[in-house]
Design a protein around this ligand. Sequence first.
Ligand SMILES: [Zn+2]
Length: 322
Amino acid sequence: MDLREQEVDKSALRITPIGGLEEVGRNMTLFEYKDDIIIVDMGLQFPEDDMPGIDYIIPNIEYLKGKEQNIKGIIITHGHLDHVGAISHLAPKLGNPTIYTAALSRGIILKRHEDFPNAPTLDIQVVKKSDKLTLGVFEVEFFHVNHNIPDSMGVVIHTPEGTVMHTGDFKFDHSPIGDEPADLSRIVQLASRDGGVIALLSDSTNAEVPGYTISERQVQEGLDDVIKNAQGRVIAGTFGSLLSRIQELINIAEKYGRKLAVDGYSMRTNVEIAKELGYIKAKRDTLIPIKDVNKYPAEKILIVCTGAQGEGEAVLMRIAHK
Ligand SMILES: [Zn+2]
């Protein structure tokens, strides 16, 4: 049924995912109570194989037409494109509401916004995980979670109907790389106030599979084993935004005296932003430009690039095709 035609109980809390529910990507959820709306995440979705010519898909904001003045803020849980990639398209159309997010996510959003020279400047406020925001009737608090990009946070939304918890993408990692473990005690504390949580919105890949996801610490140990014994040049493919994994590779490169070169536009820019903001740590001479890899012996080089899933245009595929 069309949401706009539906008989709406306006005094109820309404949670409306307009993307990202039971699909990968395009994450965007509305929280609405009377005339107040807040939005959590504003992402894009990458096209499927049967969508030739499509760069990416953004959420349909038809429902928000005419309600722009009700939007009290946009909260961004982390810097992945499926959570931030639609901001430059949609925020200006929604009256450019203030965006609240962590420092790294802000850097990624602003970098992407440079590709939209005609769009208005975004209003982004950096929040700390101890901050509390009042956005219309909503009170918003944050908690730290682990993900494969630093600065990921979950959101607690106190509403007149009760408390809702939105985890963002998360895992609990007791020994993450370059990050603190998820803040379980804060989650417990936030969740147990005001009569508990009336709804939990939870997003964790493979959460249906029994057991635990291994810690990033173990991933690093596995990578260490492979790279320690490698005779020549090592080429590692991963996602451009998987900054925790890139940090692990930097650690290993330094341990075995290899120089690390990053290739792939998205990965290079993300690494630059993260390094500038102190989320990626590398010794001064560890990272080298890709054009310099031939200046070093093969066994002194680790290349990290995009294309881990065989994407046609990504670096790994181009390397494979010489
Ligand atoms: Zn994510």
